[in-house]
Design a protein around this ligand. Structure first.
Ligand SMILES: [Ca+2]
Ligand SMILES: [Ca+2]
Length: 165
């Protein structure tokens, strides 16, 4: 039975959310890259974290949230390939923050961090990450691993759009 038939059967039986096989996915918008149940869009400009968050929302998505080792691995290799063409793209904003409560990291979608990939070693000499350097780092960037960074600095950013029901 084709996947479409399975999906139709699931919908008829009211099981559309009961199994992954039954999820219906839309196409990615032009310019977005598909992986699994999400599309990703790399920004063409640098913004503060909060403006990056708004820019992703204006496009119907959210700053990227990396929930699993599989998703993190895809995004890491995707961002590395883009970074190769940038001279000024060391830090790339993701959708994590501890703005509400220091050390309590959350995704912009509301979830707590279950999976993490904090990078080891900081250019400021700190061994640990997140280090909340100078008490000022509350937004998450990808810089060949995760790092807490100063939210009002301007960086490129990665948006994500969930396209499957
Ligand atoms: Ca912090
Ligand atoms: Ca840091």
């Amino acid at each position: 039975m084709s996947k479409i038939c399975i999906c139709l059967l699931c919908i008829i039986l009211g099981l559309s959310h009961a199994a992954n096989n039954c999820s219906l996915c839309q196409e990615c918008p032009p310019g977005w890259t598909r992986n699994g149940k999400s599309c990703y869009f790399f920004s063409i400009s640098k913004e503060t974290w909060i403006r990056a968050k708004g820019a992703c929302e204006n496009m119907g998505g959210h700053l990227a949230t990396l929930a699993t080792v599989t998703e993190d691995a895809f995004v890491s290799s995707y961002l590395k390939s883009i970074q190769n063409h940038l001279s000024d793209g060391k830090y790339i904003w993701l959708g994590g923050h501890d703005l509400f409560s220091e050390g309590q990291w959350k995704w912009v979608t509301g979830e707590n961090f279950s999976y993490t990939n904090w990078r080891i070693g900081e250019e400021n000499g700190h061994e640990q990450n997140p280090d909340n350097f100078m008490g000022m780092e509350h937004c998450l960037d990808w810089s060949n691993g995760w790092n807490d960074n100063i939210c009002h600095h301007k960086h490129y950013f990665l948006c994500e759009n969930d396209i499957c029901e």
